[in-house]
Design a protein around this ligand. Sequence first.
Ligand SMILES: [Zn+2]
Length: 131
Amino acid sequence: VAHLTKQQRETLAKTLQERDRELRAEIRAQLLQSGEESHKDLAGLVADPGDESVANMLTDINIAAVARDVREIREIEAAQQRIADGTYGVCVDCGGEIGYARLQAYPTAQRCVVCQEKREKTYAQENHPTL
Ligand SMILES: [Zn+2]
């Protein structure tokens, strides 16, 4: 992550942390709203997960809105892991640098703009065969 300054990395880490907190608050509210006893216990754990992966705690929850938030939390946890590993901000496809502006907009981005567009094009073609 040599291309990111220490300050930029800290700013992005903070953005990820804040988003994670927001998502957990949302999930907590949704679990409590569901009215199920077992969900109430989980809601407490989500508020204070300690070293546990929040995403892993919630894999069995069948609430669409929670599933969506869990997917985003998973991406955040992966990004935080990459920060810890020192691989954050490096494109997983080409190994190139992901620009700071892109990371500010998408702090969980795993690919540079070029590779992301390539990937989306590939998927678009798969979804619409041209035969
Ligand atoms: Zn790339």
